[in-house]
Design a protein around this ligand. Structure first.
Ligand SMILES: Nc1nc2c(ncn2[C@@H]2O[C@H](COP(=O)(O)OP(=O)(O)OP(=O)(O)O)[C@@H](O)[C@H]2O)c(=O)[nH]1
Ligand SMILES: [Mg+2]
Length: 238
């Protein structure tokens, strides 16, 4: 008789423990391999004085719109941008990016819910990375899985739109814990939705004290000024 739950299998729990140990070990090896790959990419980009932003957020939270606005603002500062887009299907977002004049490479992942450093390396072979440029990676729309994978980024930007609800930082804390910068997006819609910016910002600060946050309205008058300032600082602080 099993000591733990009385299931009748005296060895079953030991077997399960061994199985779980093996599963964890394999996952750790995969993640270690990914981290090494990401570190290699980071060094490569640093050697070119280039920077990379990994943009993470739920489907439809405004990542592409924000990236387009950021590219246009950076073009006025003569910063060259290139974009790697991650989606399960279609090259819709890559087309939107190309309309700004910036080159874009679309990765279609099929069923995978996040990009990997390998995807990014492959993407970089399609995009000429000029010295001093900014690579922007739009991860697959998902607030959970992309969080676990280092892509070699200089800055991880997590987006939360005002249409998603004030409590999302509390419900998805890991994403905010591992972010370097948070953008509250679609702020032009604040008069029309019940979203408490101050409460949400306090939740984010409870999860990661001191993390910088910006409010943006890629479609509104507020624009992306705060984000542009943070991105411009990447060349002086990292
Ligand atoms: N009003 C308003 N609408 C926005 C803003 N940003 C994005 N949208 C709209 O929200 C919808 C989704 O925006 P996207 O930029 O495609 O969102 P996304 O996060 O890239 O979506 P996925 O790539 O599918 O995950 C589109 O209809 C945008 O036009 C904004 O700042 N204000
Ligand atoms: Mg998009």
């Amino acid at each position: 008789m099993c000591d733990h739950c009385g299931c009748g299998d005296s060895t079953g729990h030991d077997k399960n423990d061994q199985f779980n140990q093996r599963t964890v070990q394999i996952e750790q090896e995969v993640l270690a391999h990914e981290r090494a790959h990401a570190e290699h990419l980071r060094q490569r980009l640093a050697g070119l004085n280039a920077r990379m932003i990994n943009v993470i957020g739920s489907p439809g939270c405004g990542k592409t719109e924000l990236i387009c606005a950021l590219i246009k603002a950076l073009q006025r500062k003569e910063v060259t941008c290139a974009v790697i887009e991650g989606d399960l299907a279609t090259d819709n977002d890559a087309q939107k990016i190309r309309a700004t004049g910036a080159p874009a490479h679309q990765v279609t992942t099929g069923t995978a819910c996040h990009l990997t450093a390998h995807d990014v390396e492959h993407g970089l072979t399609h995009l000429a990375v000029s010295p001093g440029s900014l690579i922007i990676v739009e991860n697959v729309g998902n607030l959970v899985c992309p969080t676990l994978f280092d892509l070699g980024e200089t800055l991880r930007l997590v987006c939360l739109s005002v249409t998603e609800g004030t409590d999302k930082p509390q419900k998805y804390p890991i994403s905010f814990e591992r972010a370097d910068l948070v953008a509250i997006t679609k702020c032009d819609l604040l008069p029309h939705v019940e979203f408490d910016v101050d409460r949400s910002l306090r939740m984010i600060d409870d999860i990661k004290p001191g993390i910088p946050c910006v409010t943006t309205a890629a479609r509104g008058a507020e624009g992306v000024t705060g984000l542009v300032d943070h991105v411009s600082a990447l060349w002086t602080t990292s």
